[in-house]
Design a protein around this ligand. Sequence first.
Ligand code: FDA
Length: 502
Amino acid sequence: AAVDNAPAIVIGSGYGAAVAALRLGQAGIRTLVIEMGRLWNTAGSDGKVFCSTSAPDQRSMWFRTRTEAPLATFLWLDLVNKDIGRYPGVLDRVHYDHMSVYVGRGVGGGSLVNGGMAVTPPQSYFSEQFPGVDATEMYNTYFPRARTMLGVNTVDPTWFESTEWYKFTRTSRKAAANAGLKTTFVPNVYDFAYMQREAAGTATKSALAGEVIYGNNYGKKSLDKTYLAAALGTGNVTIHTLERVRAVQRAADGTYTLTADRIDVTGAVVETKQYSCTYLFLGGGSLGTTELLVRARETGALPALDASVGTGWGTNGNVMTGRANHIWDTVGANQATMPVMGIDDWANTSNPVFAEIAPLPMGLEHWISLYLAITKNPERASFTYDAATDSAKLGWTAAQSAVSVSMAKKLFDRINAANATIYRYDLFGGNKTFADDFCYHPLGGCVLGRATDNYGRVKGYPHLYITDGSLVPGSIGVNPFVTITALAERGMARILAEDTAP
Ligand code: FDA
């Protein structure tokens, strides 16, 4: 087959990849981005790019015949999931033995499906996780750069206090305060000025129409509207979609060759393509990048990869839970899908937890306070290569999830005790009060300073780089995309200054 050449190739189009693409394009380097998902820019028959959460169709999930939403049931009824057609939908749930991981698929990666919470970690915890990184430089230069580029903004506190759309947050705040716990506003990349127009009835509703995990039609500054738009604007960046890279090799002359399967909307492989490049940037996310490299090492394609490739993976301590409020503590039938507040008990050294006050928009009053807790779970797991399926297997165990649950439980037991409330048993299946078998924040697998140097250069392979969440050592204590973006900015600044010819 013909080989397509580009000086630089970026695999994936999530946060790390988008930063790489923009900075390469600005440096005048012709760059090709290869993304396995589709470009989400054309409306379906309903006039919308993304389908709704309440009536999901084929656009919702990546090659499924039924949706697999995080909350499987409500009042023990399977009301949430729907049959759908197989299609390259925007949300994927990747199943391993004891953990499943939600990821975005499409141009923009996770930014298309996530809650938009744009949180900068406490500097002390960042330093604990990245002892080799100059934190002063990160907090003075790269975090601010990332926030500006991502379009981070904050909810107007006056509007927040009065709007029905954040009643659920105020009710959760009150319950936390009754337990002596601190809450804090968190920024977001959803345009809050747009949201206020939604509430006023002067703009088409998106965050106020339940949209989030299957994509937002309006208001959200996903990467296709920020970094990737700017990357394309340099004139040096091209994006190929519906192409999944499955193999990476290094040629005798030091260039990299890639094998990619181009699929159609049924998932059938319609072409197998070969690419060649001088500089290769891996931005397939924690799962995507780690799988590519574990496979490359174990099949002998890149045999000198460090033994730490595939290790140091964690869930950011993710665990979800719901509480039942008293009948007078309503949460509202109307809920915005963009979280704006967290319970911040990270400074509690005996049990550090940061819990996002999550929405549960159902269009009816249900008295549920939902949370996505981020716990300081020290457990880590490794990926191993399974030759039979040509894929990476994750060694995470149920006992490792139990560590997150016990930490979250300590916090929410306190809240329940102070408010005389109980957990909800009907949300996660099997009468479980904590959803401990999925996560939104996969981190690690190719940790900075172990699998790579201190800037993301892969050990043993010149001109091979990692820019995504696989660099983060399993935990960052807050929602991770601002950190992933800032680290990518830091790595790209160094790599472009030192590794590429002018
Ligand atoms: P990311 O996963 O974004 O991008 C990887 C891209 O590479 C994907 O588009 C994928 O299709 C593609 N790819 C992978 N392998 C490939 C291959 N072999 N060939 C071609 N393409 C390939 N975070 C946060 O900070 N605040 C929040 O509010 C939330 N909320 C949230 C909600 C939900 C539902 C999810 C699923 C996730 C979140 N997150 C979040 C997490 C956040 O979205 C996540 O940490 C980042 O998207 C990770 O960025 P990366 O650059 O690492 O990869």
